[in-house]
Design a protein around this ligand. Structure first.
Ligand code: T5A
Length: 213
């Protein structure tokens, strides 16, 4: 069967359930015969995972907002070069836990970095490559933080104030509204079964669109 490889991303705030639903999306795509890889940002390569440690850990006494932004794009450049582009070139679909929408949400919305500067870096690092489809797991900030808190020690981002995440959520939602053809919004405030049911319907619609299945 001839297929064009697709680049799919999953986005949302802390505790939205991305890791949980990523497995369900992967299983449904594979069951439909899609050959794919799964990966994540920041990270996805050996160098990228080291950068992730710098970004999420507490080894250094914080970092400048621009340092954070540039490290995100440095990890992304490596990820694109070593993992994402080669997979797409081989005809494999790529399913990625977070990508550049997270940079707009967290560094743009959360930190307040000018979106135009992020756009410049996006063009520099990615050229014209953008995700084909994005699942946005949307839920109230406090609900997500409560879920994430029940799981492990907070990372450097999870220590931000609620206002940071309010701005990140608003940015995600604005981007989804601006690009309704790419984004599929999932109500992640529901229980896991409710989330998975919405997701399954949404992935089926995506497969219909892409494969005419
Ligand atoms: N970042 C990333 C940037 O600032 N800029 C960027 O450009 C990029 C790429 C990455 C951090 O880096 C930032 C954003 C992040 O802060 P991460 O580990 O990828 O960190 O992201 P997190 O959001 O921290 O990942 P989490 O693991 O916290 O969230 P998930 O994956 O959304 O949530 P998940 O699936 O682990 O679930 C959390 C808990 O909730 C439960 C799960 O069982 C789990 O215990 N849960 C539910 N409970 C009830 N009902 C549901 N529907 C549930 N779904 C999950």
């Amino acid at each position: 069967m001839t297929r064009t490889a697709r680049f799919i991303t999953v986005e949302g705030l802390e505790g939205a359930g991305k890791t949980t639903v990523l497995n369900a999306i992967e299983a449904q795509l594979r069951a439909s015969g899609v050959d794919l890889i799964t990966t994540r940002e920041p990270g996805g390569t050996s160098l990228g995972e080291d950068i992730r440690e710098l970004l999420l850990g507490h080894k250094h006494d914080g970092m400048a907002d621009d340092t954070e932004l540039l490290l995100m794009f440095a990890a992304r450049a490596e990820h694109l070069h070593k993992v994402i582009r080669p997979a797409l070139d081989r005809g494999q679909w790529v399913l990625c836990d977070r990508f550049t929408d997270a940079t707009y949400a967290y560094q743009g919305g959360g930190r307040g970095i000018d979106m135009a500067r992020i756009e410049t870096l996006e063009r520099f690092v990615q050229g014209t490559l953008r995700p084909d489809h994005t699942f946005l797991l949307d839920l109230p900030v406090k609900q997500g933080l409560d879920r994430a808190a029940g799981r492990s020690e907070p990372d450097r981002f999870e220590k931000q104030r609620e206002a940071f995440f309010d701005a990140a959520r608003a940015t995600y939602r604005a981007r989804a509204q601006a690009e309704p053809g790419r984004f599929r919004i999932i109500d992640a405030s529901r229980d896991l079964n409710g989330v998975l049911a919405q997701l399954q319907a949404s992935v089926s619609a995506l497969l219909d669109e892409e494969l005419g299945a």
